[in-house]
Design a protein around this ligand. Structure first.
Ligand code: RNT
Ligand code: ZN
Length: 425
């Protein structure tokens, strides 16, 4: 891993990088100041493979799968918070936490999901407040007996629908409590697994039922200062290969018609589709977007976020379109085959690196050449930019934010694994 670069070498590399960017008219200090204001919502569920604390060993449903059995997964909320604290300490900037309803703390009492209340999340809110973190939230419409046949809000069974409507209403109240307690709006995101393995005879009725359920859930307006609603579609899941009730077009239309946020999960589209291209297409019609930054690999939509072309294109669109003020950036992946704390750290640092690289782009120059029809110049510059020393800027930013520079975060991860995770057997 080498030795930690000295402040002097970091500073020297940064100064050289600044000069290179200044030659293109890019203000590096301003880019770092902007980056420091971006809060990414870390997904709590990477810490325990989307298990939650309802019942020990409860099976993951809804066509989601976390493969691998790396030792040390969090078994309690205290362990999960401890793991999160470790992860945040290795990520530059101030970030949020995205919770799921199955992470309620009910003190050993069985509380079904339609009866959840803010008090069951008080410890999370206290922890968030003490650490200056915002919270986001999600109803958990899977891994439950009433979701066992694959249908929740769009079920033909009225009682099943009512149960999940009540759960989502309970979750909005919990989200509003987070927003009021922490003074930053909580985004509560609805994703349901509803769909069919094989070709349906009726695509229409479940979608009408879903619309009806959503209308009931959102009937009570909540103050956007504290609470925002979002809806997330998907192309297919395990067991819903042929039909997903809550498809992209369904929720895009719902979000536009009902003024809720649209969630775009980068793993939820055809492999050659990118959500980068969708941002400028939906922003004229929706006020705000929630991103689930993820990475699809063949059948899976939830690999650890990698610094790949897709991620960079998303970050570029956010910066070029000046959308950072209208987007809530969340992560969504679950890898159980590697150290789970490292998975958070690597994915979040990658998302931040991509945002930094985008903030360092000479956007005005690129646009000028494009408008003038100089596509050759545009290509030449875009390719040159890939080799510019943004890494020196990133290293400097990590040091400035008092987090490990480069691979040194792995020393902390390994020490935490040896001292804490290894004892969880
Ligand atoms: C599933 C959706 C959803 C979940 C989380 C756990 O395909 O992406 O966001 O990953 O709710
Ligand atoms: Zn998602």
């Amino acid at each position: 891993m080498g030795t930690e670069p000295t402040d002097k070498t970091l500073q020297a590399a940064y100064d050289l990088a600044k000069e290179r960017y200044a030659a293109l008219g890019v203000d590096v200090d301003a880019a770092l100041a902007r980056l420091a204001r971006i809060a990414i919502s870390l997904h709590c569920w990477q810490g325990d493979d989307v298990g939650g604390f309802e019942a020990p060993g409860s099976a993951l449903g809804g066509g989601l799968a976390a493969t691998g059995n790396y030792p040390g997964k969090a078994r309690t909320a205290d362990e999960l918070r401890s793991d999160l604290d470790k992860a945040y300490s290795l990520i530059p900037g101030a970030h949020r936490l995205n919770l799921h309803a199955i992470y309620a703390e009910t003190g050993g009492k069985k509380v079904d999901r339609d009866a959840l209340e803010p008090v069951h999340f008080a410890a999370w809110a206290d922890w968030a407040k003490a650490n200056g973190r915002g919270l986001d939230f999600n109803p958990t419409c899977f891994s439950h007996p009433l979701a066992a046949d694959g249908f929740t809000l769009s079920s033909y069974d009225e009682d099943i629908r009512a149960f999940w409507v009540d759960h989502c209403i309970a979750c909005r109240k919990i989200g509003a409590y987070f927003g009021e307690t922490l003074g930053t709006p909580c985004v509560t995101n609805i994703w349901i697994p509803d769909g069919l393995k094989d070709t349906p005879a009726d695509r229409k009725t479940p979608r009408l039922l879903l619309k009806e359920s959503l209308d009931k859930i959102f009937a009570e307006p909540l103050d956007p200062q504290f609470h925002l609603d979002a809806v997330e579609g998907k192309l297919f899941g395990l067991g819903s290969e042929s039909y997903v009730v809550g498809s992209h077009e369904f929720y895009l239309s719902y979000a536009v018609a009902n003024k809720v946020l649209l969630t775009l999960d980068s793993g939820h589209f055809h492999p050659t589709e990118t959500i980068a291209d969708k941002l400028s297409a939906v922003f004229p019609f929706v006020d705000e977007v929630l991103l689930h930054v993820s990475r699809g690999v063949r059948w899976d939509s939830d690999h650890v976020v990698s610094f790949n072309d897709d991620l960079q294109a998303i970050a570029q669109e956010l910066v070029r379109g000046d959308y950072l003020g209208r987007v809530h950036i969340g992560l969504d992946y679950f890898d159980a085959s590697i150290n789970r704390v490292a998975a958070w750290v690597i994915g979040t640092r990658n998302a931040l690196k991509a945002l930094l690289a985008a903030l360092l782009e000479p956007t005005a120059m690129l646009r000028k050449w494009e408008v003038a029809g100089d596509y050759t110049g545009r290509l030449a510059l875009l390719e040159e930019l890939k080799g510019l020393p943004w890494g020196a800027v990133w290293d400097y930013y990590c040091a400035q934010q008092s987090v490990p520079v480069g691979m040194h975060f792995m020393e902390d991860v390994r020490a935490y694994e040896a001292v804490t995770l290894a004892k969880r057997v």
